[in-house]
Design a protein around this ligand. Structure first.
Ligand SMILES: Cc1ncc(COP(=O)(O)O)c(C=O)c1O
Length: 362
C-alpha cells in the first residue's frame, strides 16, 4: 500500500481513541444478564424529562438544522450572561477543541498541555503534525508554573482541563488568573470545562470573569455530562467575538443537529433537574469515597462525576476481571496511569454493585 508513505506526519503514531465498551458487547461476550456501565462519565440519571418531551415532539427530520443555532445560542447567552456573538456551537465540545486546533495548530506551531490530561488535546496536535509539550503533573493535577517554562515563540494553544479527565483534579480561579497574567495575549488558552457543573469547590473558576478579562481565552462546555445528552453530540465554546467569528469560518455549516439543539434548550431550562443531578453526584461521590476508604484503597479526590482509583496492580487486569462480572469501567494506561481504573459515579445500586465486584477482584 504505497499511499501509506504519504499520510500526514503525526497520524502514523496515533493510537485510535478507545471509547468505553458498550453494554451490548459485554453482555454478549460474557453471557451476562446484568451490566453496570460506569465507563464514559455520562449522567447516570439520564437527561431531564423535559428533554425527553422535546425529543418526542420533534417532527422535522426532513429539514436541515438551523446552521447558526440561533435559539440554542440565545438560551446559552441567557445562562452565561454573554452575547450570542461570543458563542460557537459544536458537535460535542470535542468539535470545538478540533475547530480551535484547526484554526491555530500546524506543523509550524506548538501547543502545551499536562501529562494525564484529556487525550483529545494530544490527538488534535498529532493529526496536524504539531509539536506538543506534555508537562509533568503535580499531584496528578496541572502544574501551571511548569507550563510557563514550555512557552516559546511557536506556542499557539495551551489546553487546560478543569476539572481534568481522567484525574478529576481542578485548578482554582486564582491559579488560572495568575497563570493568564503571565501568558502572552497572542496565545490561545483553551479552558475545557466539560465537568463544570459537578464542581463543588468554593474557589473554582468564575468563567465569565476570566472571559471578560482575557481576550485570548476560549472556554468550552459540554452537554454530554450533566445534561445527559452524550448521544446527541452537542457542546459549545465561549470567547472573544473575533475569535468566535474566525472559528465559525472553520465550522461545518450544519454541525449540530436539530434534535440536539432542541434537547439542549430543554435541558438548560430544567435547572431543578440539573440541581438534582449535582446533588446526586456529590452524595454518591462521598458514598464511593467512604467505601474505598473502608477498603483501604487509594483514589484521587475528584471534582467530576468520576473517580480515578489506584488498584495497586494492573488496572487493565482489574478492568478485565470487572468486565466478566458485569461492570464496565475504564483502564487508563493510555494516560500513563497503568495502576488506575476510572469509574463513573453511578446510581446508588450501580455504585454498590461496583464496590461489591471490586472487592471480589482485589
Ligand atoms: C475533559 C473533557 N473535555 C471534553 C470532552 C468531550 O466531550 P463532548 O465532546 O462529548 O462534549 C470530554 C469527554 O469525555 C472530556 O472528558
Amino acid at each position: 500500500m504505497e499511499f501509506l508513505k504519504y499520510i500526514n506526519p503525526g497520524i502514523d503514531s496515533i493510537k485510535p481513541y478507545e471509547p468505553g465498551k458498550s453494554t451490548d458487547d459485554v453482555m454478549e461476550k460474557y453471557n451476562l444478564n446484568k451490566i453496570v456501565k460506569l465507563a464514559s462519565n455520562e449522567n447516570s440519571l439520564g437527561p431531564s424529562p423535559k428533554v425527553k418531551s422535546a425529543i418526542n415532539e420533534f417532527k422535522d427530520v426532513h429539514l436541515y438544522p438551523d446552521g447558526d443555532g440561533k435559539q440554542l445560542k440565545s438560551k446559552i447567552s441567557e445562562v452565561e450572561l454573554l452575547s450570542d456573538k461570543n458563542i460557537i456551537l459544536g458537535n460535542g465540545s470535542n468539535e470545538i477543541l478540533e475547530i480551535v486546533s484547526q484554526t491555530f495548530l500546524s506543523e509550524r506551531s506548538e501547543c502545551i498541555f499536562s501529562k494525564h490530561a484529556f487525550v483529545v488535546y494530544k490527538l488534535a496536535a498529532k493529526v496536524r503534525g504539531c509539536n506538543f509539550h506534555e508537562v509533568e503533573a503535580k499531584s496528578w493535577g496541572h502544574d501551571l508554573n511548569k507550563f510557563i517554562e514550555h512557552i516559546n515563540e511557536k506556542t499557539r494553544i495551551i489546553f487546560i482541563a478543569n476539572p481534568n479527565n481522567p484525574t478529576g483534579t481542578y485548578l482554582t480561579h486564582y491559579e488560572i488568573d495568575k497563570f493568564l497574567q503571565k501568558v502572552s495575549s497572542d496565545i490561545i488558552v483553551v479552558i475545557d470545562l466539560a465537568y463544570y457543573e459537578y464542581v463543588t469547590a468554593d474557589d473554582y473558576i468564575n468563567a465569565l470573569e476570566i472571559l471578560n478579562n482575557y481576550k485570548n481565552v476560549l472556554i468550552t462546555k459540554s452537554f454530554s455530562k450533566i445534561h445527559g445528552l452524550s448521544a446527541l453530540r452537542v457542546g459549545y465554546g465561549m470567547g472573544n467575538k473575533k475569535l468566535i467569528e474566525i472559528m465559525n469560518r472553520v465550522r461545518q455549516p450544519f454541525n449540530v443537529n436539530s434534535i440536539a439543539q432542541k434537547a439542549a434548550i430543554a435541558s438548560l431550562d430544567d435547572t431543578n433537574y440539573l440541581q438534582k443531578s449535582i446533588k446526586h453526584n456529590t452524595n454518591e461521590r462521598e458514598f464511593l469515597y467512604k467505601c474505598l476508604k473502608e477498603m483501604s484503597i487509594n483514589f484521587i479526590p475528584s471534582q467530576g462525576n468520576f473517580i480515578c482509583i489506584d488498584v495497586n496492580q494492573s488496572g487493565r487486569k482489574v478492568f478485565e476481571l470487572l468486565l466478566k462480572k458485569g461492570v464496565i469501567v475504564r483502564p487508563i494506561e493510555l494516560y500513563e496511569m497503568p495502576n488506575f481504573i476510572r469509574v463513573t459515579i453511578g446510581q446508588r445500586l450501580e455504585n454498590e454493585f461496583f464496590i461489591q465486584k471490586l472487592k471480589e477482584c482485589l
